[in-house]
Design a protein around this ligand. Structure first.
Ligand SMILES: Cc1ncc(C[n+]2csc(CCOP(=O)(O)OP(=O)(O)O)c2C)c(N)n1
Ligand SMILES: [Mg+2]
Length: 366
């Protein structure tokens, strides 16, 4: 190799077209949303209204959680899912209720979709004994194993092999269930993902590995931290793959349903990239200097909750007054959850060493 002058050597990320002075390209480019209406997707009017309520609950729960954090009611990390609610909601509607779900630390929305009540969720944030993880997990460790929601993990990529374990157990027990694993764009270059994809494809595990590409890993744009298109990772493993518009709940529902059906039928894994956007900072202490106000506003203008609301009104599924009543009910439920969390006791000191290990039937999940 010919010797280069030091001034010619550059370590600018190769995926960047304009890497000067931290300038970033738009986080993610969204694929087109589905044009299908709810009836042709097989969704009833009531299901669409439920989808709206589900997304609205996730949004209001986190907005209230943020306020409580700012008031000093609890500390530690708080990673908000605001903006990404169509991903959890569309997926949960597409899956069967006993399919497994496991995710990273941006987990509140997933938990609320899978049976964690606003009260037990808020109490968990407050570190109270009435929380879904008995107040010992906090924001990053929501879980509801009874409803096949396995959490809530803080180590980037650390939960991905566990998803394969769940899928292996489902296949071994021939119970017809599939497992789904959600992680951020920041996890796609973790070794654990690649080891897992290899084994999942080799053993034809009934699993869906989903990158929730929200454009950023903490303050680093996807195009600055990873090369090529994320979805193309699948090619190296001969794995089926898809890219989905995560700002539209119908698109997530449609595609995830197709994929889940395929996994159930053939017992072969998929690698899926759902493109979405988070409106808030990475966590509560993020000054967000890495993105522009205009970029944020562009995504807010296609907000998944507003989009579904407009659809519901246009199609006459519910009236303005109906939706207002639903919103008011949710608002009250979340306020009640805050009071409940505030008034609940902290766990006893003796609880510290409990719940460390599964003592009964540790090898197979129920
Ligand atoms: C193994 C590991 N390395 C670093 C961290 C610190 N860390 C926490 S979140 C995060 C960014 C992950 O971003 P992404 O996967 O895109 O998820 P998002 O926050 O966008 O949902 C990093 C680097 C960690 N928790 N675990
Ligand atoms: Mg990310």
């Amino acid at each position: 190799m010919a010797k280069k002058a030091k001034s010619d050597i550059s370590f600018a990320p190769t995926g960047m077209q304009s890497p000067e002075k931290g300038g970033v390209q738009k986080g993610v480019d969204l694929p087109p949303a589905t044009k299908k209406k709810h009836k042709s997707l097989g969704l009833s009017n009531d299901q669409v209204a439920d989808m709206y309520a589900q997304m609205y609950l996730q949004r209001r729960f986190e907005e209230r959680a943020m306020q409580q954090y700012q008031k000093g009611k609890f500390g530690g990390f708080l990673h908000l899912y605001i903006g990404q609610e169509a991903v959890s909601t569309g997926t949960v509607f597409a899956l069967q209720n006993d399919d497994d779900i496991i995710t990273a630390y941006r987990d509140h929305g997933w938990g609320l979709c899978r049976g964690i009540t606003p009260k037990s969720g808020m109490a968990e944030l407050f570190g109270k004994a009435t929380g879904c993880s008995k107040g010992k997990g906090g924001s990053m460790h929501f879980a509801n194993v009874k409803e096949h929601f396995w959490g809530g993990y803080g180590i980037v990529g650390g939960h991905i092999p566990i998803a394969s374990g769940l899928a292996f157990a489902n296949k071994y027990q021939a119970n017809g269930r599939i497992s789904t694993c959600f992680f951020g764009d920041g996890a796609v270059d973790q070794g654990a993902l690649h080891e897992t994809l290899n084994l999942a494809q080799l053993w034809k595990l009934p699993a869906i590995f989903v990158v929730e590409n929200n454009g950023y890993s903490m303050g680093t744009a996807a195009k600055r931290h990873t090369v090529a298109e994320i979805v193309d990772r699948a090619k190296g493993y001969g794995m089926k793959s898809a890219v989905i518009n995560g700002m539209d709940v119908f698109s997530v529902y449609e595609k995830m349903k197709e994929i889940a059906d395929d996994v159930r039928e053939h017992s072969e894994p998929w690698f899926v990239e759902i493109r979405t956007y988070r409106y808030r900072g990475h966590s509560m202490s993020d000054p967000q200097k890495y993105r522009t106000k205009e970029e944020l506003e562009e995504y807010q203008s296609i907000d998944p909750i507003e989009r579904l609301k407009a659809y519901i009104l246009k199609e006459g599924i519910r009236s303005e007054a109906d939706l207002k009543a639903v919103e008011d009910g949710i608002e009250q439920e979340v306020l009640d959850a805050v009071t409940f969390a505030d008034e609940s006791p902290f766990p006893e000191d003796s609880e510290l060493y409990e719940d460390m290990f599964v003592e009964e039937n540790p090898y197979f999940h129920v």
